[in-house]
Design a protein around this ligand. Structure first.
Ligand SMILES: [Zn+2]
Length: 337
């Protein structure tokens, strides 16, 4: 059931069946000439049914509803093309808008998966992934450039309120938060989550995803926020303390990755991921569901990129496989133990 958060604001809970994120929080701003729906759910029946039912409960005029997408991931964008009516606008950042179109091409995924094979995945695993990755199967289709593209600092006006786009690259290259300065409200997308931490992966267009993410945390830390609305899970809280926790989490993960590289010189990212600690209920790395392995290796690569760019690990290619070791520079080896 849709939850009324304020006179002009609703939260719609969209189930993500079989996904460890559990649910997507869509938000609906009402009260003006037009309404604005923020994020949509996968292009799958359980999401579609929950969305349609809650929009009907609220009684929103669908002919006067626009959609804002915080970022390109399919659990946020999947339903957008079918929810929008003629004349309605779909907003996304210019960066993620083009990334979304790339993701509809098989050639894009072939390149991504080839990169994962270079980093230790087997082709057999990749063939299974091809059929099961929700980024491929539950993404919006057809997209065909039906979006209004936004950049950092762009403003939208709904119900007499001004909402400012804040570019926060890291979780995706063009992630946007939406800030209502009047009400001190921040729609944080997947930039700030509570209880769980946003997945930070390597991206072809973002050579230092983790560095970008940490900079994007700093960029919003001191924003005046009274209401913080994350895109997943029920929990929320205060902004600055959560930013500090997320930064501390990644500082630990960076050391965890460095230790994993040190303990197995010449390991692949896939093997290093298997030596890192993950908060997932599987007995061992071998038991990880394949899509979770894919995200875990992507996250490991983002941490390895961070370490490599700062001279703490080195990488080399051997027979088509990328391997890692810590650098011998003594100034970098007194890591906290
Ligand atoms: Zn996401």
């Amino acid at each position: 059931m849709a939850q009324r958060l304020a006179q002009d604001l609703w939260k719609l809970e969209i189930p993500l069946v079989g996904n460890p994120l559990k649910n997507l929080n869509s938000y609906l701003l009402t009260g003006g000439e037009r309404s604005l729906l923020i994020d949509t759910g996968f292009r799958q029946d359980p999401c579609r049914e929950a969305m349609e039912r809650q929009l009907a409960e609220i009684g929103v005029d669908r002919e006067r509803m626009d959609i804002f997408l915080t970022h390109l991931h399919s659990d946020h964008t999947g339903l957008a093309p079918e929810l929008i009516r003629p004349g309605g606008r779909i907003y996304i950042s210019a960066i993620d808008g083009s990334g979304l179109e790339d993701g509809l091409e098989d050639a894009y995924w072939e390149d991504v998966y080839r990169e994962y094979v270079r980093n230790g995945f087997s082709w057999e695993e990749i063939h299974h992934l091809w059929d099961s990755n929700p980024a491929q199967g539950a993404a919006p289709k057809p997209w065909n450039g039906r979006c209004t593209l936004l950049g950092d600092g762009d403003r939208l006006t709904y119900g007499g309120r001004t909402l400012r786009c804040i570019l926060t690259p890291g979780h995706t290259p063009g992630h946007l938060c939406l800030y209502d300065e009047g009400k001190k409200r921040l729609f944080a997308g997947d930039h700030i989550l509570f209880h769980i931490t946003p997945n930070i992966c390597r991206w072809p267009s973002m050579p230092d995803a983790l560095g970008s993410y940490l900079a994007s945390l700093d960029a919003i830390r001191d924003l005046e926020v009274r209401e913080l609305y994350p895109a997943h899970r029920a929990e929320t809280g205060a902004l600055a303390p959560r930013v500090d926790e997320l930064k501390a989490h990644h500082a630990r993960r960076i050391e965890n990755a460095w230790q994993a590289v040190r303990s197995a010189p010449g390991a692949t990212a896939y093997e290093i991921a298997g030596r890192m600690a993950w908060s997932i209920r599987s007995r061992s790395w071998a038991d990880f569901p394949l899509t979770q392995k894919f995200f875990a290796v992507g996250e490991t690569l983002a941490h390895l990129d961070y370490l490599a760019l700062r001279g703490r690990v080195r990488q080399w290619e051997e027979g088509g496989t990328v391997r890692y070791a810590v650098t011998e520079d003594p100034s970098h080896t007194h890591s906290p133990l």
